[in-house]
Design a protein around this ligand. Structure first.
Ligand code: BJW
Length: 225
């Protein structure tokens, strides 16, 4: 039975109007990542970090899934025991397209995390520095996002899926951020065929058995159907 592991990045949601990070005009050309996507930045200026993620949450609420999200949801529904969907994206567009099981390795915009006790809960639309954690009452509420220097979520589950994969597909990711950028090699060493679907060549294109270039909304449905 063929097992498929799919890794998605910001390019999957670009055509839904959500910004990528490293493309021209991407989020990191407008914001300093050290200030908004590191624990140190949050410690220095939590209000700025909340402002950044409140705006991202509002954009995400206003966005709708595109044909690439829908195609991946269809694929998982057709092959529920064979398709593992891993996303670096913090949006919920795969779920809103109908995907039943999505591994969010970099966290989720819709979740809040208590920096004091580790409790997680549904994030309000607007989060602020004085918000208390419902479990312990401490005002150290943060977005449930994996920042640089933190350990991505569900790594054991992802490593197991990569070790068992027959096919690994990366969609719309630049291959600049680890550990996700190393998944192609992990899957390849384990014997999987590897395929990249991206708008343009990425930092890791040369590591894939095959790379197809084009917009996700076109390439992903073509590959799935
Ligand atoms: C389209 C398209 C269309 C556009 N159709 N395609 C030196 C060497 C190696 C590693 C390190 C190092 N120094 C530090 C590290 C580690 C560090 C890291 O990788 N840094 C690099 C910058 C070098 N990584 C970490 O700190 C991670 N933790 C870690 O490693 O812990 C250790 C550990 C790991 C495992 C086990 C045990 C211990 C944590 C990384 C957290 C990343 N967080 C962010 C921000 C938070 C989320 C958020 O705010 O949204 O996550 S960074 C940001 O980059 C975000 C993304 O998920 C992530 C990846 O970006 P992505 O998705 O690839 O987006 P882009 O913009 O880069 O690319 C978009 C692509 O789409 C492009 O290729 C376009 O062409 C394409 N595209 N339109 C198809 N229509």
């Amino acid at each position: 039975m063929d097992r498929i592991v799919i890794l998605t990045g910001a390019g999957l949601s670009a055509e839904s109007g959500l910004g990528t990070f490293r493309d021209v005009g991407g989020l990191w050309t407008k914001y300093d990542l050290e200030e908004v996507a590191t624990p140190e930045g949050f410690a220095r200026n939590p209000a700025l970090v909340h402002e950044f993620y409140n705006a991202r949450r509002a954009n995400c609420r206003g966005a709708t899934p595109n044909p690439a999200h829908a195609a991946l949801a269809r694929l998982q529904a057709a092959l529920p025991d064979r398709v593992t969907l891993v996303t670096q994206n913090v949006d919920d567009l795969l779920e809103r397209a109908g995907a039943a099981s999505v591994i969010h390795m970099h966290g989720e915009l819709t979740r809040a995390l208590c920096g004091a006790c580790g409790h997680r809960w549904a994030a309000p639309d607007v989060m602020g520095v004085d918000d208390p954690c419902p479990a312990c009452g401490t005002a150290s509420t943060r977005p449930d996002i994996v920042w640089f220097g933190e350990i991505p979520y569900h790594m054991e589950q992802i490593d197991t899926a990569l070790a068992q994969a027959d096919l690994f597909v990366a969609i719309g990711t630049s291959g600049n951020v680890y550990p996700a950028a190393g998944f192609v090699q992990q899957a390849g060493f384990a014997g999987a065929r590897t395929l990249e679907l991206n708008l343009e060549a990425s930092a890791t294109s040369g590591l894939f058995d095959e790379a197809r270039l084009g917009p996700a909304s076109q390439l992903v449905p073509e590959w799935v159907d």
